[in-house]
Design a protein around this ligand. Structure first.
Ligand code: CU
Length: 130
């Protein structure tokens, strides 16, 4: 049964207020109630596959925090080069093979593209927050 239409604005406002409170009180986000999402100790993982000239994923979105480890696992049937467009940047040589692992962190908040140079494909954009 659908909710009455008039409920939605009230829910939306409540959601915005709750988000505003959490953002204004950094200690509240560390209590673990909404656990895991902002835990800087955990790494962000991305699996990349290059096979038969096609790449997955293409242009996916990731969220990370400054200093949070970002781990790429690459399965590939060809050589390529992963380029992380951060400052400073990171370049990882990809060879034909399974389960190649590369890890990096980002020091400056912003949007960071992860690009495959030989195929010219951006596999992911990481939104890095403070
Ligand atoms: Cu590049």
């Amino acid at each position: 049964m659908p909710l009455p239409r008039r409920c939605f604005p009230a829910l939306l406002v409540a959601g915005l207020l709750a988000a505003g409170c959490a953002a204004a009180d950094p200690e509240q986000t560390d209590t673990g109630v909404s656990a895991g999402v902002t835990d800087t100790a955990q790494s962000v993982a991305l699996a990349v596959r290059i096979a038969g000239g096609s790449v997955t994923p293409v242009d996916t979105r990731l969220d990370a925090r400054v200093g949070q480890p970002i781990e790429l696992t690459v399965d590939s049937d060809t050589d390529d080069e992963l380029h992380v467009h951060s400052h400073p940047d990171h370049i990882f040589p990809v060879v034909a093979g399974e389960s190649q692992r590369f890890q990096f962190t980002v020091d400056i908040p912003g949007r960071v593209d992860i690009e495959l140079h030989h195929t010219g494909i951006t596999v992911a954009t990481v939104l890095v927050r403070e």
